[in-house]
Ligand binder design. Sequence first.
Ligand SMILES: *[C@@H]1O[C@H](CO)[C@@H](O)[C@H](O)[C@H]1NC(C)=O
Ligand SMILES: *[C@@H]1O[C@H](CO)[C@@H](O)[C@H](O)[C@H]1NC(C)=O
Ligand SMILES: *[C@@H]1O[C@H](CO)[C@@H](O)[C@H](O)[C@H]1NC(C)=O
Ligand SMILES: *[C@@H]1O[C@H](CO)[C@@H](O)[C@H](O)[C@H]1NC(C)=O
Length: 446
Amino acid sequence: MIQGIGLLWLLSHAPQLVAAVAYSVPSSPPSNASPVLDAAPVGVSLEFFTFPGYMENVTSTMACLRNFRDLTGSWPPIRIGGTTQDRATYNAQSSAAVTYSVSNPADAPMSLTYGPSFIDLAASYPGRVIIGFNRRLNNLANTLAAARLAFQKMRNLDSIELGNEPNFYTNSDPIAGGTWNAARDRASQIEWQKALASNLSTSNIISAGVFFGTDNFNNANLAREEGNAIATIKNFNSHNYPQWAGTYNLARLMSHSAIATQIAPFKAEAMAAKAAGKEYILGESNSATQGGGGISPTFGASLWIVDYVAQSLLLGVKSVYFHQGTIGNCQYCWWGRYSMGNPYYGAYFITAALAGAQRIAPLDNFSNNFGGYAIYKDNKPIRVLLINSNYYESGTRSRESFTLTGLPSNITSVISKRLTGASAVARHDRGTPPHLVVKLSKMGRV
Ligand SMILES: *[C@@H]1O[C@H](CO)[C@@H](O)[C@H](O)[C@H]1NC(C)=O
Ligand SMILES: *[C@@H]1O[C@H](CO)[C@@H](O)[C@H](O)[C@H]1NC(C)=O
Ligand SMILES: *[C@@H]1O[C@H](CO)[C@@H](O)[C@H](O)[C@H]1NC(C)=O
Ligand SMILES: *[C@@H]1O[C@H](CO)[C@@H](O)[C@H](O)[C@H]1NC(C)=O
């Protein structure tokens, strides 16, 4: 980067002509800037049963995570969990990391066991790890036995989840005792938190909540009931998938203003965590449920990741963990046993944009498909991130110009990096990867 500021351009070219956008860049972080950023705000969530497979059989896993480490100096945080954490039983006698059988390799198992080597594998990751254990099957002693081993072996342990998305538990799940609702879940979470913290003689260990969405199962309600069990909690955890199977819409997924609307309900969750003195994370997230259908492996989804991370950080989220599901059957995954998933480029781009930075602030009011962010270090803007999220698929493709004012007058040149693709629906795995266009320019027109 030359002379203090780099401009990061992110353009997907507009389908219709729109008036030019003008943003003023504050010379120091404004009052609506994010809290101080984590060194590695972009992480991954690895589905529980398939975590050993990702680490042992998919060479891209460590290579792709190392690329992020090379950008930021910190390994991205990982979370091990998901639906199958609540189908898993610890077996101290098992020599295998994980044991299950499925009739089709594209399926997730309905039941599985895991042994001590599963924990060893988690302990070997060089970054921070959240590990999710089972609550649904109501086997507290089994979960405590696994958690004890994790606590002893994992010097990289960030926190432990007790159950995944309990808002989806049903009356017939063993933990429910015949009736399941948000109040019973809160009582159950708090009872298990206390049991675990007392068993380990520790505090600040639980990743709490782990709710999908923000309906009546939510972290604000849970935090309100914690009482002195609040000391057991390290962070409050929400899961978010903007789109549901059957209603996929890529233009809506990537739209700058639609992202703001979609994540707005999580603001109250972040504020409740902050009021309790705890971190707030999006512990599992991706574009769409059920693997993400046709919208998730696209260039549009990689633009979504860039903007979604930026906006989540403004809400007060510490890190976003993007879920990676069944190897070989996962539309939104960033890698697997094929070339690359387009979304990885978006994750790489936002990781680069934020590398070494301390705060991010919005330059616009989220009212249309264009967005801008100033990125600060030592209270000075070091980069600007610009977003054009207009949807383009075919036909005439137009351009949008962005004018920035307020930049320090002694800046003489900039580096621009523009992530662009052939269209919103372009897919690397079908031969159309995105492009990164890098230019060094004199101040003026980039
Ligand atoms: C530009 O000016 C600012 C404020 O005086 C100063 O902190 C900064 O170091 C200068 N940058 C360069 C590249 O001269
Ligand atoms: C790795 O792949 C081999 C060959 O397909 C398979 O037998 C083994 O179970 C896999 N290991 C894990 C941990 O998934
Ligand atoms: C912790 O839980 C394990 C597994 O249930 C149990 O064997 C052990 O006695 C407990 N220890 C304490 C200190 O509660
Ligand atoms: C938001 O920004 C747009 C365009 O920059 C502007 O026209 C509009 O008045 C702003 N809305 C609010 C509520 O500030």
